[in-house]
Structures are given as C-alpha cells and as structure tokens.
Design a protein around this ligand. Structure first.
Ligand SMILES: *Cc1c(COP(=O)(O)O)cnc(C)c1O
Length: 374
C-alpha cells in the first residue's frame, strides 16, 4: 500500500496523460505554451478568482505574492508555526519577519485568538510594521477567512492565503484560492492537484497585482521582453506540466475530490470512537491533502506506527517539528505561546490518503488501528 499512490493514478489515466505530453513534444513549445494559458483560465474559473498566474512552485508563489505587496525588511508577516517550512521561509527570504502564531488542534489551522494576541504584542512593541497575515489551509481545510478578514481589516493588513494543501476546499461554496488579497497553491506531485514535477500558481482579483506578478515572475519584465523595469525572478510553469495539469484538473473535478471526501468519511465513521478524528466545521469542505488523527501521546503514536508498518500500511507525521523549533529559527523571537503546535507535533499521525484507495484498504487500515488501540 502506498501513502499517496501516484502510480495508480497514472496507470488509470495513462492514455490521456501520455497524449497531453506528446502534444507538447510535437509542438516543442516548452516555455509559456498555449497549455499554460489554457490552464490559467481553467484554474481561475474553477476557484472563482479573476486572475491566475502560473509559476514554478508553491514556494515561489508565496515569495512572488509577498513581493507583489511590497513586503520588506521591518515588516511583520503572521504565519502559523504548524505548517510546512515554506510558509515562514519565504517571509525570511525577502528579509521581513515571520511572527509565529499557534494553531487550533481541532482544525490544525491558525488559531485566530492567538493571532490577535500576536498582533497586539507586535503592535505594543512598536518596532515592526504590521503588514500581512499568511495562513495555510492545513491538510486541506480552509482557514476561517470570514473572521480573518475582519481582523486584517481592523489592523489594515493584507492576507495571502497559502492554499498549497487546500486546493478544492471551500467555505459555503466559496473556494480556496479566492480568499485574501492573494492566494497561492502548489502542484507538487503529492498535493491534492499535483503535476509530475514542480509547479505552482497565484490567484487574485486585483488587476494591478496580476500585472506586477507577471513581471516579477519573468525577470521584472516591462512591456517588452528585454526591457527589465524591476528586479524579479525566473518562475514559470513548464508547458509539459501545464498539459498534465489540464488533464488532471478534469479528473480532480470529476471524481478525485469527491472520492477523497468519501474516504475521509469512511475513516471518520470507523475511527471516531477510537482516536480524535479531524473536525470539519459545518459549511466547510476539505480537499483532504492529509487525513490526520490525534493520539493520546507520543508513545501510543510510536507503537501504532509500528503496528501499521508491520501490516504494510505507511503513515507519516506531519509535522514532526513546528517551525519555531526548527534549527533555522532557533534564535527567533516569539510573541505568543505556541504550545498547541508543540503538542500537535507530538501526537498527530497522517494515514494513507489518495483518491485511488479502495474501501477495503481503508477498512483494513481502520481495523488495524482499532485492534492496536483497543
Ligand atoms: C507544499 C507546501 C508549500 C510549498 O510548495 P512547493 O510547491 O513544494 O514549493 C507551501 N506551503 C505549504 C503549506 C505546503 O504544504
């Protein structure tokens, strides 16, 4: 059994995917081909944003978004500590200061009370400029953007949605990628919508941002190709990856996202009496980038992982180290208590999750867990 079975997905749709790749090879338009433009249109329509700008990966999508709103040295950007490294790394990379915020163990997402406490503390200190909030839709579940937008407005801050894991999720039908001033996603192969290498995209309704992002992503280009009017970077999505994504987006819309939700339901039903299962609030829809349970403590988790492994079931700890405890941030100043993130790191466990898992496989995983923890 695979944790995320990309090979099964490919084998199921080999003909369509091979055909899409072959078309690009036949045309040999490897950079900025028609497939990229088509994908941007389809993605923007799907998430309900005015613009989609494809780029090289989800990390660049965050960096470009920060550049677009002119985040710089002296600016504070509020990020969760319980996330993938890139959410904070990109802030540090452009010489601004990430401010770590604690997370809610129920949703795994940024705790907005902790966020307000962090904002107040930074404001009181009076050194950093309150610039932006960059939450991540952890494990596929959207952050509470309704409340977050109120907080951002109150302090006149921008929101960048890190939707690397959330693509396909929604709140009341409003999709991930349409929240905040800018939203990003990643097409890393293991994400809900993945390509066959690296890829990413940025979404925005703002026409000025769109122009800026297209310039920043191609060496700060002006209206002509060799007229460079600002310092940018080289961050484009390959035509081959766009062609693959055009096929995979259809599969994602037609059944993969629904199947992910069916699998999560099946896990929930069978595991709810045995472990703490992920909570999805009413009106929220998750893309289930991960299906993550919480165990009583680290010892129980280690034993369970071992029992699963003995039955050939892979499981992974996302995230084993919260960002404020990473070596790179060892000397970083924190403004709020981050103990929920630490407890989560010690007790979470992600189970196999991909749309090609069979009901029998899910049942086998659940039976193994119930047997071990009874
Ligand atoms: C995967 C991920 C990223 C980075 O995406 P890449 O395409 O790997 O650069 C950023 N943020 C979060 C929350 C992620 O899960």
């Amino acid at each position: 059994m695979e944790f995320i079975d990309l090979n099964k997905q490919y084998k199921n749709h080999k003909q369509k995917i091979d055909q899409a790749i072959q078309t690009v090879l036949d045309k040999s338009n490897y950079i900025m081909g028609d497939e990229v433009k088509l994908l941007e249109k389809k993605l923007a329509k799907y998430v309900g944003a005015k613009h989609c700008i494809a780029c090289a990966n989800g990390t660049d999508a965050l960096t470009l978004s920060l550049m677009c709103i002119d985040v710089k040295k002296g600016d504070a950007v509020f990020v969760p500590s319980f996330t993938f490294f890139a959410t904070a790394e990109t802030v540090s990379y452009i010489n601004a200061t990430p401010i770590f915020v604690d997370s809610d163990p129920k949703t795994f997402n940024m705790d907005l009370d902790s966020l307000e406490a962090a904002i107040d503390a930074v404001k009181k200190e009076g050194i950093l400029n309150l610039k932006a909030i960059m939450p991540a839709d952890i494990f596929g579940q959207p952050v509470d953007y309704l409340r977050l937008e109120k907080i951002a407005k109150k302090y006149d801050m921008k929101i960048i949605e890190d939707g690397a894991q959330g693509f396909g999720g929604s709140i009341n039908g409003k999709k991930v990628g349409s929240f905040g001033d800018l939203a990003t996603t990643s097409f890393f192969p293991a994400k809900p919508l993945g390509c066959y290498g690296d890829g990413g995209a940025i979404f925005t309704d703002n026409d000025d941002y769109e122009k800026l992002l297209r310039s920043f992503a191609v060496h700060g280009k002006g209206s002509e190709k060799y007229d460079n009017i600002r310092i940018g970077m080289n961050s484009r999505l390959d035509t081959i990856q766009a062609a693959i994504l055009n096929v995979k987006l259809n599969l994602f819309k037609d059944f993969e996202l629904t199947r992910r939700n069916e699998i999560a339901q099946r896990y929930n039903e069978q595991l709810k009496k045995t472990v703490i299962i992920p909570e999805v609030p009413q009106d929220y829809y998750s893309s289930w980038a991960q299906y993550t349970i919480i165990l009583p403590n680290q010892e129980v988790r280690t034993k369970l992982m071992e029992a699963l492994k003995n039955k050939g079931i892979p499981s992974v700890i996302y995230y084993v180290t919260p960002l404020h405890l990473q070596t790179a941030y060892a000397n970083h100043h924190n403004y709020v208590d981050l103990s929920n993130s630490e407890t989560m790191a010690n007790t979470v466990l992600s189970l196999p999750m991909h749309p090609y898992l069979t009901d029998e496989e899910v049942d086998f995983i659940c039976d193994t867990i119930k047997e071990e923890l009874k």
